[in-house]
Design a protein around this ligand. Structure first.
Ligand code: HEM
Ligand code: HEM
Length: 186
């Protein structure tokens, strides 16, 4: 990943669209995942929500792959010079961890569903299916399920921290980190 900062003050339009689309979808997936597992009892509704979760997950996977590729060739805007060196390092570390966790949750979800002994494929629009990654394997599926759950909860905590950090920049430090991810001039 290119880490050298450039003098730009804002993320480009492409960077912002990718960030906010992925952020919205991932928040939706966290909420939907919790809701369908913990709150829905009706089997038919549960089934529909699981299918929606899987299909949306496939779309998030594609979008995150595009985003990660784009990011490999694009430098981030420079962080404010007022930001202490250790905070800059923590910020970059947390962002890298967010990418890692998102891909971890996605891959675990994909393996879990692929290895399931109940053959319910990931549906795509137009009647297509995502091919299974591995052959049915009960133990693998159950382990991937546990990993999917655990990583999703770590991701939830880190997203909470990330949002608090963005607010801290705006309200406490009063620098331009939050604005750099918002549309505007300059
Ligand atoms: C960023 C993407 C994703 C996020 C944030 C996410 C999040 C979650 C969460 C929070 C839960 C509920 C865990 C619980 O309450 O214990 C869950 C469950 C589930 N997820 Fe995902 N998920 C994602 C992607 C995927 C993908 C790609 C698949 C498969 C293609 C998938 C399949 C499932 C299934 C089948 C369950 C239900 C598990 C059960 O019955 O206990 N998820 N997910
Ligand atoms: C209200 C919600 C959110 C706000 C205010 C917000 C704000 C920001 C800001 C200001 C940055 C740029 C930081 C910088 O330039 O150093 C950023 C980067 C980032 N955000 Fe968010 N964010 C939010 C939600 C999310 C969510 C839900 C995710 C996904 C789990 C996410 C993932 C990321 C990642 C991975 C980066 C690093 C971008 C990169 O270096 O490629 N954000 N966010």
């Amino acid at each position: 990943m290119i880490t050298a900062a450039t003098p730009r003050r804002r993320w480009s339009g492409v960077g912002q669209v990718l960030h906010w689309t992925c952020a919205g979808l991932i928040l939706f997936m966290l909420g939907l995942g919790l809701y369908m597992v913990e709150w829905v009892d009706d089997p038919a509704q549960k089934f529909d929500l699981y299918q929606l979760h899987k299909t949306t997950g496939a779309f998030v996977f594609l979008l995150m792959a595009i985003r990660a590729l784009w990011r490999l060739f694009t430098a981030a805007p420079a962080l404010p010079q007022t930001m202490p060196r250790h905070e800059q390092l923590i910020s970059k570390g947390v962002h890298l961890l967010l990418y890692g966790l998102i891909f971890g949750v996605l891959i675990a979800g994909y393996v879990y569903v692929s290895a399931s002994t109940l053959p319910l494929p990931i549906e795509l629009p137009g009647g297509y299916h995502v091919p299974n990654l591995v052959a049915p394997d009960y133990e693998l599926s159950e382990s991937a399920k546990v990993v999917h759950h655990r990583l999703a909860f770590v991701l939830m905590a880190l997203v909470g921290l990330h949002i608090l950090a963005a607010l801290k920049h705006r309200l406490w430090d009063r620098d331009e980190v939050l604005q750099s991810m918002l549309p505007g001039r300059g």
